[in-house]
Ligand binder design. Sequence first.
Ligand code: BTN
Length: 268
Amino acid sequence: MAETMFDQTTILHAVHTKWAGKTVHFAEEVDSTNEWAKRLSREGGVHGALAVAEFQSAGKGRLGRKWTAPVGSSVMMSILLRPDFEPRLAPMLTIVMGLSAAQAVERMGIKACIKWPNDVVVSRKKICGILTEMSVKEGKIDYVVIGCGINVNLEALPEDIADKATSLCLETGKTYDRNKVLAKVLECFEGNYEQFEKTKDLTLLQEDYNRMLANYGQTVRVLDPLGDYEGIAYGINISGELLVEKADGERVCVGAGEVSVRGLYSYV
Ligand code: BTN
């Protein structure tokens, strides 16, 4: 099958939103769409502007890792936001995007879960990663950039991550139109962001998120620099912290910055 075109024009045609992704910047190659979105912000980029690339020469993952994807295989995009709220609330937007990407995958007809806080997982393997960056000036948010990488038409994975990662194509054997995948994420994100703005927390999204949370009601291992422990995960609270109940009954609110959480038997 001939590959569907994926460029600024096709993306603009596919996206039916009010503000999220109404301005699209597309490049065949860029260092990182997050870096590009930050540059756009310095040049006066508007709230909701989107940077998309076919290839990233210096794609960034969380914790200083690299994010690489072959041409034609992925959606790699970063949305520029200029929120009007306090900087301490911005990390919750990562959760808002994680939920949106998971919902978009489900709208493609594929059962998805969220590995807290924001990896989207299919068949217990990661299909989407999110990297949020923020700049604060004089105590106010200057910009928030949320980068999202989705494995769409990837047909094979390097051996070292084959048991931890997957793609829409590997899951179903079908090829997907990346314009539609991108558009679905933005449509979900716009709605979820507007819900978030109403309360400035996750009150209106918590239920949807917890329904998709991997390991809900199951034992997880919390990898805490101050000492690992196990407990049962009971979903997120309205701040996005994971609630974990230890064997002695103590309930802990786990913050995403400090620790990572694993199920007992796989990456998820
Ligand atoms: C993770 O480690 O899970 C986060 C990966 C985020 C990758 C995306 S791809 C688009 C955007 N640009 C980047 O350089 N990184 C994010």
